[in-house]
Design a protein around this ligand. Structure first.
Ligand code: UN1
Length: 509
């Protein structure tokens, strides 16, 4: 029998597949379109269930709810708002395993990494809850007698969040938690590829007691729901993580409306290995950051800049390690590299590899779509190493977002830094060396928002600013205290208790 049940949280269970609804004004509701999209497991091709294909009208309803809710939320004391965040942290912790399993099923990353990602959201919840008792501004002396001056943070209003599939809960936590603790309301469009985890995250906010209307979830495409968020006159700030192409479009549209945008986009991150490096450690760092998450991190190591004196040894060690990587379904604890997100991605990666070969790069290993057995059901790409790559090649310049990395030989630290900085992105970079002088020179000259010393290019911690220079962003940062700058306005307050009119810049001169 085709029996359908609806739980209180809006999860409909029908013959094993799940159906989630939008969450608007504290209710789980279908889209006005009545249409649904499928959620597919990239490891197996299995349909996990469905979510609504929403429309502009759904976004309008969400914004309406957010506006109403934000009116009272903005005057709730921040430590009281933070109580809910502590509860969100506790619930995330309690459900960590369940959430990690969902993450791997719909996104593909291996289960150990999924657990790491959920941990990022837990850490962010507690960290931002703590901000409820800080939200620091400044108190500074006034120029005038008997006058008090300070700056305070006030919420921006309604935040539109557009989040990616590669870190579906971590990045959503980097954005929603600071937005809410600072007194904003949120309308959130998660990536179409990872809708279930988004719904589960919202359920946690609901269970934690977040008042209705403050967090609204609208499923759907970027072209429809994303655009409606960007163009809605009552959405005050748009925080986006995703591709450069879309980020640029958002900035142009929102900029025309004088809206604030916080954009986190691509990377073309490099590990530099100098001739005095601990090579085994460098290999660990490269393997982890190039092939972890199947290379689908903004921070992934997509280039290895190596001093020519150790190039051959490094290549040999890397090859040995790549040959031991196990590729498969990320739910299997013994698997090192999971699938890539979808067929289009698989094709894009393969196309980059073909361009690499055509432009004269030497393929050391991989370079193919995997097939046969379980590989035929999902989207698997062989971990790929290129060498003798030059900085001007396409594969050394463009973001591939897959398990592919390119070795670029250099003759000096100076050349390495030049190569590192020669790309349009500036997210993360890393240097392996034991020489403190050269390390500090690199820390000064590597033009990226994140620099690692003797570690790979991934692994940012949530209490530091996350973001990059040049084409990676537009000057804002996700996570860390810097995230509060995205979701607050500064208000400067002057209190004159002199009883007379004191004219600044005139009466004190
Ligand atoms: C991303 O790829 O967009 O630093 C985020 C890291 C993770 C976050 C990556 N903590 O690799």
């Amino acid at each position: 029998m085709n029996k359908q049940t609806t739980s209180q949280t809006g999860t409909k269970v029908q013959q094993q597949t799940k159906k989630y609804l939008n969450y608007i004004n504290g209710e789980w509701v279908a889209s006005v379109s009545g249409k649904f999209s499928k959620n597919v497991n990239p490891a197996t091709g299995e349909c996990l269930g469905e979510v609504p294909q929403s429309t502009k009208e759904d976004v309008d309803l969400a914004v309406l709810a957010a506006k109403k809710a934000q009116k009272s939320w903005r005057i709730v004391p921040a430590p009281e708002r933070a109580e809910i965040l502590y509860e969100v942290g506790r619930l995330l912790k309690e459900k960590k395993e369940e959430l990690s399993q969902i993450l791997t099923s719909e996104m593909g990353k291996v289960i150990a990494e999924a657990r790491g990602e959920v941990q990022e959201a837990i850490d962010m919840a507690y960290y931002m809850a703590g901000e409820g008792r800080r939200l620091f501004g400044d108190t500074v002396p006034s120029e005038l007698r008997n006058k008090f001056a300070m700056s305070v943070r006030v919420p921006v209003g309604i935040a539109g969040l557009i989040t990616p599939w590669n870190f579906p809960i971590a990045i959503a936590s980097w954005k929603s938690l600071p937005a809410l603790v600072a007194g904003n309301a949120v309308v959130w469009k998660p990536a179409s590829e990872t809708p279930f985890l988004a719904a589960e995250f919202v359920k946690i906010y609901e269970e934690a007691g977040l008042p209705k209307g403050l967090l609204n979830l609208v499923f759907g495409s970027g072209g429809v729901v994303g655009n409606a968020i960007v163009e809605h006159p009552d959405i005050d700030i748009v925080s986006f993580t995703g591709s450069n192409e879309i980020g640029r479009q958002i900035n142009e549209r929102a900029g025309g409306m004088l809206k604030r945008t916080s954009l986190e986009m691509g990377g073309k991150n490099a590990v530099t290995v100098l001739e005095d490096a601990n090579l085994d450690l460098a290999v660990d760092g490269i393997i982890w950051s190039a092939f972890g998450t199947a290379g689908q991190r903004c921070t992934a190591c997509s280039r290895v800049i190596v001093h020519e004196a150790v190039k051959e040894e490094l290549e040999r060690k890397l090859l040995e390690r790549v040959s031991k990587l196990k590729i498969g379904n990320g739910l299997d604890e013994s698997v090192d590299v999971g699938p890539v997100i979808n067929k289009a991605s698989l094709k894009r990666i393969d196309n980059y590899v073909k361009i690499g070969v055509k432009e004269g790069a030497k393929l050391l290993c991989g370079g193919e779509i995997l097939s046969g057995g379980e590989y035929d059901q999902g989207h698997y790409y062989a971990p790929t190493l290129f060498t003798d790559v030059t900085s001007d090649m396409t594969i050394a310049q463009e973001e591939i977002f897959g398990p592919v990395t390119s070795i670029i030989p250099v003759k000096s630290l100076e050349e390495a830094i030049e190569v590192n900085n020669s790309v349009e992105f500036g997210l993360s970079s890393s240097i392996f060396s034991q020489d403190v002088n050269r390390v500090f020179q690199a820390m000064r000259d590597l033009d990226t928002g994140i620099v690692y010393v003797n570690a790979g290019t991934t692994g940012a911690e949530i209490h530091l600013p996350f973001g990059g220079t040049k084409g990676t962003g537009n000057g804002h940062r996700d996570s860390g205290v810097a995230a509060l700058d995205v979701f607050t306005e500064w208000r400067s307050v002057y209190v004159d208790y002199s009883g007379t009119l004191q004219r600044a810049q005139i009466d004190n001169k």
